[in-house]
Design a protein around this ligand. Structure first.
Ligand code: AMP
Length: 439
């Protein structure tokens, strides 16, 4: 199957070939023909599957195929949860529309609205936007949704998590009834199903293989370490392994700032990205990380979705997320486009339950080690300790496994010379697809 076989125009095929895509990804192969037919789509799509081209290419095909009046009304709208994802989707649209007569733009908050208003005034065919800023611009009459033909909700679950449901419904209320709707989501909670049933008409369900080939290449490693030792451990991990591009996730914005400061103090170039940073700082941090002028990007879950950092080799969970699905999104930043990736998690006694929830979701025990010099001494709170003894770190505890041991050899490549594996987990070190929350 080629892009041409999917029915896309020669101009679009040329643009994707220039990007180096030799054949459509599974989601593109499945979704593009339906979208070209004008069907509504409900797509289960993890990041890294090529979903952006999956919805962009057929929409561009449709838009380029119709006559453009002198003033171009907005006909296609892509809503995304984060500014970074909006910018990334827009970059893709620009690349794919290189050889077609289509005007595109992006709008999001945190930056001046005036230039966005000026761009919209000139007429735009396809707009990428975050919901809040888009509504502001609509209130100012800088944009109209009356001629929308196609609405795309990207990372719809994240938009709901971020509280955008009212904004989305309000935006939709200004649109014509007759339009095509494409909804992409990584997970399918009841709220997403409710949103989908209110928007989509006779949708075709498009599901990519539960386990995409990129995620298969991610190895997982847990290091059990006390909370107060995590910073020192992270610095050692990065320095000992000479890592040059690592995305580190913290649970809080404050935690991200603190860790960034400490990394810089230790001579490791780093920047933080989270919701309290100005948009200028967020854009700069991401750009410096992508062009390798800094080694470490410390992020909250704002960066867990959608961001495409080609060939990112390492993700460190400085703290485990309390929502197990977020682990899957975080680690999805590595192991993309067929490359191998490593997901490392630092787990202290308080996080044992989180690890256990993640393992349940992945249906797999994570390979777990203790490093000499960083042996955990904190004990878990009583309730959590009980959970741990049920096997959070392994089905059956080996005697002495809570201390440094010469347990089974890790399948994962050791990060330290004195790397010791503990626990009785399988050491498969590879994830299988989340078994839950799929449709
Ligand atoms: P996405 O899931 O849309 O974020 O895309 C993930 C990555 O896959 C991006 O770097 C895309 O440029 C890349 N990509 C998308 N479609 C293809 C394809 N058919 N062949 C190779 N790479 C692709």
């Amino acid at each position: 199957m080629t892009f041409k076989d999917l029915g896309l125009s020669a101009a679009l095929v040329k643009a994707v070939e220039e990007k180096g895509y030799t054949k459509p990804s599974p989601i593109q192969e499945k979704a593009i023909p339906f979208i070209l037919e004008g069907k509504d789509i409900l797509a289960s799509a993890q990041t890294g599957t090529g979903k952006t081209a999956g919805f962009t290419l057929p929409v561009l095909h449709y838009l380029a195929d119709t006559k453009h009046p002198k003033y171009r009304p907005l006909r296609a709208l892509v809503l995304t949860p984060t500014r970074e994802l909006a910018a990334q989707v827009y970059d893709n649209i620009r690349e794919y529309s290189k050889y077609v007569n289509i005007k595109s733009a992006v709008v999001f908050g945190g930056v001046k609205a005036k230039p966005q208003i000026a761009t919209l005034k000139n007429g735009v065919d396809i707009l990428v936007a975050t919901p809040g800023r888009l509504l502001d611009l609509h209130d100012q009459k800088a944009v109209s949704f009356k001629r929308i033909d196609v609405l795309i909700l990207d990372e719809a679950d994240r938009m709901l998590d971020m509280g955008f449901v009212r904004d989305i419904n309000k935006i939709i209320s200004f649109m014509p009834e007759k339009r095509q709707n494409l909804l992409f989501s990584a997970t399918f909670s009841n709220d997403i199903k409710k949103l989908a049933s209110g928007i989509l008409k006779n949708p075709v369900s498009v599901e990519t293989a539960p386990q995409n080939s990129t995620a298969k290449k991610v190895t997982h490693q847990v290091y059990k370490v006390d909370k107060k030792k995590k910073t020192e451990f992270t610095i050692k991990l990065i320095k000992d392994n000479n890592w040059t591009q690592v995305l580190v996730f913290t649970r809080t914005k404050h935690g991200a700032n603190k860790l960034t400061e400490k990394l810089i103090k230790a001579g490791v170039s780093a920047a933080a990205i989270h919701g309290n940073k100005s948009q200028g700082a967020r854009t700069k941090a991401l750009k410096s990380f992508k062009d390798n002028s800094i080694k470490i990007l410390v992020a909250t879950d704002i960066a867990a979705r959608g961001l495409d950092i080609p060939l990112l080799p390492h993700v460190i969970n400085y703290e485990l997320p309390n929502i197990p699905e977020d682990y899957v999104h975080r680690i999805g930043r590595t192991g993309r486009a067929g490359a191998a990736g490593e997901a490392i998690s630092l787990v202290c006694s308080e996080e044992v339950e989180y690890q256990s929830e993640i393992e349940k979701l992945l249906n797999e025990k994570l390979n777990s080690s203790i490093i000499a010099g960083f042996e955990p001494t904190d004990t878990a709170p009583p309730k959590r300790a009980a959970t741990q003894s049920k096997g959070s770190f392994g089905k059956k505890k080996k005697p002495g496994s809570s201390k440094v041991s010469n347990g089974s050899k890790p399948k994962n490549k050791p990060h330290f010379k004195a790397n010791k594996t503990s626990g009785s987990n399988s050491g498969r070190g590879r994830t299988s697809a989340p078994k839950k929350k799929r449709f």
